[in-house]
Design a protein around this ligand. Structure first.
Ligand code: PFF
Length: 609
């Protein structure tokens, strides 16, 4: 291998311990805490959800975070701030490069849709400030006296606003409407890339140092407002009363572990990258715990006590239960503000804090790829920022375009969640089995403010991987089938067609007041066996109309499947590209710089001693 000197720029370091804790918790605290968590908890057993959640936190969240912090810091000593380089320094085998590519892929792809959600928050914040919601509510709330009717109208208004503002009814709607959302997305891109361009210390650390305290302060103010609302205890009871039966449902366990990964940003390269900017003897044990606890405070206390209890109090259980994250976040919450004293002010504050939380998270999605371009290919900051800007914009464009029902976004999110479990498994494998858990824990404990107990090595070697594999299998078994079918145009077309017929038949016979069985028999009778198609000529008028509708629905179903396919193929293609790049970089620049570091005496044993 060549020994030519590398023009490696001097490595950046965090300027303070507080800075790195705020940057890592900035990555962790995001929309996942304030929007995703409340929805997950309320729909998965309320208080009982906390049991799988805490177990996942202890068995997955904390141990994997420690592994990543220790490996990242060690990788930094090999001159690597990028996942392929860090893994390759620990394990000079091909799979390390692949795992590194996966740890670059996940944050970058998440950025491609997360930036859209960031723009939604910005849009809502600005709309509250402009008084837009106040006038929407004035129209909706006017005239109807009874509370239930007002709630219905207000929710109707926020629902309609959500659909239009975020282009959920038609693909391409964001490009054909006022263009407001497109401008806001561009603004978000600009903010993110300007901060990233400033670098780790002057950009990310500086931003998180003021944004994190500010957003936590805003959330605390809102929490105080919420907790002093009359009767809020009924709402708290609704959210937190445990439904113990939910604990036997594997879906609840999957939801809890998925939430831990997403929320802590753990197991897929973010912490690895951030901790590589630490110095050799900087503590990682307590720092990791501080960042994780900040995230949990924001999630369970701030996220868990604000959203759902208030929604229950003002809008009733039916407007919270069974609702998805986005519906709770962008329909229910603005509606609450109509009923809450000072709602316009708190609404603007809430969405402002969400926007800040989203930015501190999205910065962390960009930095790993920037570090890879710099370390792996010797690009300067300007070049790497420009390349990543173009790539993420190209990736975000179809997600923004195929906005109907946020379909493309949902598919991208699904595959990222799947990849997260894979990446986390690879990460603990390298730590527990390649480095060796005992040796790894010794490295973790170097410079530590307190020592990680020895049993953690056992947990990392056996317990965490077993838990991960169980989750991976269960997750694939429960979800993959539907998503794979969702990429099959023929199947999706047929099922959309059948659903439309079934609705039409049900409507047609509504007046006859048939029993469910009789109705089912009619549907089967008219639709026939799975493969049988209906003959137009033989049909009565109403069924011919249904048939036309069904054909449209089938076409839409096929189109949806093609979008799902497109997203999947897109992600796989980016992954292949990253694997190739990771391989090239590890064979050349990264490999040379690791060799040079080894010649300078960097080694596990030395590091661990
Ligand atoms: N942890 C962030 C949240 O809870 O919103 C989301 C996130 C950040 C996901 C960084 C992925 C990532 F790379």
């Amino acid at each position: 291998m060549s020994t030519e000197p590398l023009d490696v720029p001097k490595q950046e370091n965090w300027s303070s311990k507080l800075g790195v804790v705020l940057a890592v918790s900035g990555s962790a605290v995001g929309l996942g805490n304030f929007l995703r968590f409340p929805g997950q908890a309320v729909n998965n057993g309320g208080g009982a959800f906390m049991i799988p959640y805490i177990i996942s936190f202890l068995v997955l969240g904390v141990p994997i975070a420690w592994c990543e912090w220790a490996m990242g810091r060690l990788g930094g000593r090999y001159g690597q701030n990028n996942a392929p380089g860090i893994f390759y320094a620990m394990w000079r085998r091909a799979p390390a490069k692949g795992l590194g590519a996966l740890a670059l892929l996940i944050p970058v792809v998440i950025y491609m849709y997360y930036v859209l959600l960031e723009a939604w928050c910005l849009d809502y914040c600005v709309f509250f400030i402009q008084g837009g919601f106040a006038s929407l509510f004035a129209e909706a709330g006017g005239g109807a006296a009874e509370h239930g009717a007002v709630v219905e109208k207000v929710i109707g208004a926020t629902g309609e606003h959500f659909n239009t503002a975020c282009g959920l009814t038609e693909h391409g709607a964001l490009f054909t409407g006022s263009g407001r959302m497109i401008w806001l997305i561009l603004a978000c891109f600009l903010v993110n890339f300007l901060v990233i361009y400033q670098g780790v210390t002057r950009g990310i650390e500086w931003f998180c140092k003021w944004a994190m305290p500010l957003l936590i302060l805003c959330a605390v103010i809102i929490l105080v407002r919420v907790l002093t609302l009359p009767n809020i205890s009924t709402g708290l009871g609704f959210m937190w009363n445990p439904q113990w039966s939910s604990l036997t449902d594997p879906q609840v366990w999957l939801a809890a572990s998925g939430q831990i990964f997403f929320s802590l940003s753990v197991g897929f390269g973010i912490i690895l990258c951030y901790s590589s900017y630490l110095r050799k003897d900087d503590d990682v044990v307590l720092t990791a715990l501080s960042a994780s606890s900040t995230n949990e405070f924001c999630e369970v206390i701030l996220g868990g006590l604000i959203v759902v209890p208030t929604a229950f109090l003002f809008l009733g259980a039916s407007n919270v239960e069974g609702m998805g994250t986005f519906d709770i976040g962008f329909i229910t919450i603005p509606a609450i503000m109509h009923f809450m004293p000072g709602g316009s002010f708190f609404g603007a504050m809430w969405f402002g804090l969400l926007f800040l939380a989203a930015v501190t998270s999205s910065l962390s999605m960009l930095q790993p790829a920037i570090a890879f371009l710099e370390d792996g290919f010797g690009l300067k900051r300007r070049g790497s920022v420009a390349i990543l800007g173009v790539v993420t914009a190209l990736g975000a464009a179809p997600i923004i375009y195929f906005s109907k029902g946020s379909l493309a976004l949902a598919h991208a999110d699904f595959w990222c969640n799947f990849c997260m479990i894979l990446a986390a498994t690879g990460t603990v494998f390298i730590f527990g089995w390649v480095i060796g858990a005992e040796r790894g824990v010794r490295e973790m404990n170097r410079g530590a403010d307190f020592q990680v107990p020895r049993f953690v090595a056992f947990v990392i070697r056996y317990v965490t991987p077993t838990f991960l594999i169980v989750i991976l299998v269960a997750w694939t078994a429960t979800n993959a089938g539907d998503y794979i079918d969702g990429m099959n145009p023929a199947k999706c077309g047929l099922s959309a067609e059948r659903d439309t017929y079934a609705t039409a038949i049900t409507e047609h016979f509504a007046e006859a007041e048939l029993s469910t069985d009789e109705l089912a028999a009619k549907i089967t009778g008219l639709l026939g066996a799975e493969e049988q198609t209906l003959e137009v000529a033989a049909l009565p008028d109403w069924l011919q109309t249904a048939q036309r509708k069904a054909q449209d629905a089938a076409a839409a179903g096929r189109a949806d499947a093609n979008i799902a396919r497109f997203v999947f193929i897109g992600i796989v293609s980016i992954f292949i590209l990253l694997v190739v790049l990771s391989d090239i970089a590890c064979r050349n620049r990264i490999g040379r710089s690791i060799d040079a570091a080894e010649r300078d005496g960097v080694a596990f044993e030395e590091a661990a001693s």
